[in-house]
Design a protein around this ligand. Structure first.
Ligand SMILES: [Zn+2]
Length: 458
């Protein structure tokens, strides 16, 4: 298997540290609000990494941190008039709800920053003792010039950083790129006692402490969105290597940006969507299809047209599963012919080539096409098996028997025919009533040149 490693900027052959086991860490949410659709891309992609490794027979330990103390939480607590702790609880719960709704399996460990403060203080103390950290009036900074290869993940050198950071220069720091390990508490802020007085740890310290505590000094893969490469992941590496001399992770994986109709998503541009917003209109498989149809390292453009296409694509699979009454068939033990094994191997080859999900999905369509020619049920079994390895088809009962069952579809078709008859008779009132009433129960009719089509809206 080959994985692109941000550290070396190339695809490298991947071997886990311990045979048969994968130790995976990906940065989780700062629980101060509902997470946005760009975060959803990262959460969903690393869920696929985990699921695919599991499908390939590995025993995976997946850790995702929960940042429950940070400036953003403090600001939100003022805005909502709740304590920082209540804000953290509220948005941790919404994070769990929303990831579950997206079909993302909960990580094996979701450590909270506030549960690891003592260990973080220990690390900062160690860095200070070794001469990598210094204190200025209750704040503690990491001294980047003390580490010869600082900047190796993001491929920046310290002088370049010095020039770039000049504007925001902080007089306390020895070098503008020095980053905060411990932050002195302002009056009224949550705080913990430390050798440097009351304060709280910095975000970069949190991830290095919790990942090592749960996965060991060096683990297999550290992941996150590519906005985290600098400074967050760079600074995790710096602390890890300065404190023990061991690398933190062998592979660094980063997913690409998400744009909204060609623009950067931002609250000020009014194009900011939470995952919750999108799930009002689209089911989890549609959203998963949308993300996975593009390579994870490429930027992705989020727009309604592509989402509608994704929905249509998923429906072609569900139509098939319904047709063959898959819920009854799925107990059967499938036997794969050489042709099917060939499809499976191409799928695995694509996924083993740095998680090429776009190619993998195209193979699912190839199998679907082949089934349409030969009607051999094992082709359907393979679609579901491979689809599952990407996290699709997790709610088959619901998808196949509740909202899309055969009878409902026939009833909708029947009503469309009645409406056509009313239109022919120029009984516009009745035709409109049918359309409006269907809409009330979540079925939208669209009149097109080739006839009336319908879609489910929530
Ligand atoms: Zn992190």
């Amino acid at each position: 298997m080959k994985i692109y490693n941000t550290l070396t900027r190339k695809k490298e052959e991947f071997h886990p540290i311990e045979e048969g086991k994968i130790k995976l860490y990906a940065c989780g949410p700062t629980v101060y609000n509902y997470f946005h659709i760009g975060n959803a891309r990262a959460f969903l992609f690393f869920d696929v990494v985990r699921k695919y490794f599991e499908y390939s027979g590995y025993d995976v330990t997946y850790v995702q941190n929960i940042t429950d103390i940070e400036d953003k939480l403090i600001n939100q607590s003022k805005e909502e008039g709740l304590t920082v702790q209540k804000i953290a609880e509220k948005y941790f719960n919404s994070f769990l709800e929303d990831t579950r709704a997206l079909g993302i399996k909960q990580a094996d460990h979701q450590p909270k920053a506030t549960e690891y403060i003592d260990e973080m203080i220990k690390l900062i103390k160690k860095l200070e003792d070794k001469g990598f950290a210094y204190e200025v009036e209750g704040d503690v900074y990491f001294s980047v010039t003390k580490l010869p290869d600082y900047g190796k993940l993001s491929h920046r050198d310290i002088d370049e950083l010095k020039a770039g950071a000049r504007i925001k220069a902080n007089k306390q720091k020895k070098h503008p790129a020095d980053f905060t390990l411990w932050k002195k508490a302002k009056p009224g802020e949550p705080n913990w006692n430390s050798p440097w007085g009351k304060g709280r740890p910095g975000w970069h310290t949190e991830c290095v402490v919790m990942s090592r505590s749960l996965l060991g000094k060096t683990f297999d893969i550290h992941g996150g969105g590519n906005d985290l490469i600098f400074p967050h992941h760079e600074n995790e590496i710096a602390q890890a290597e300065a404190s023990t001399g061991n690398p933190l992770a062998n592979f660094w994986m980063h997913n690409g940006y998400l744009n909204i109709e060609g623009e950067k998503m931002s609250k000020s541009l009014n194009n900011f969507f939470t995952a919750r917003d999108i799930m009002k209109d689209y089911d989890s498989d549609t959203i998963r299809f949308f993300f996975l149809s593009k390579h994870y390292r490429s930027p992705i453009d989020f727009n309604e047209d592509i989402l509608k296409e994704s929905k249509k694509a998923m429906r072609s699979f569900y139509t098939l599963l319904k047709e063959v009454d898959y819920l009854k068939l799925r107990q059967d033990e499938p036997k794969y012919s050489t042709e099917l094994i060939r499809y499976k191997n191409i799928f695995i080859k694509a996924m083993n080539d740095d998680f090429n999900t776009a190619k993998a999905i195209s193979i699912l369509f190839d199998i679907l096409k082949a089934y349409r020619k030969n009607n051999k049920i094992n082709f359907v079994h393979l679609i579901v098996e491979l689809g599952n390895s990407l996290g699709f088809f997790q709610n088959l009962e619901q998808q196949l028997s509740e909202d899309l069952n055969q009878v409902s579809e026939q009833l909708i078709q029947l009503l469309i025919e009645y409406r056509n008859t009313f239109k022919k008779d120029k009984n516009w009132a009745m035709a409109d009533t049918i359309r409006e009433d269907l809409k009330k129960i979540g079925v939208q009719l669209n009149d097109t040149p080739s006839g009336t089509e319908w879609e489910l809206i929530k």
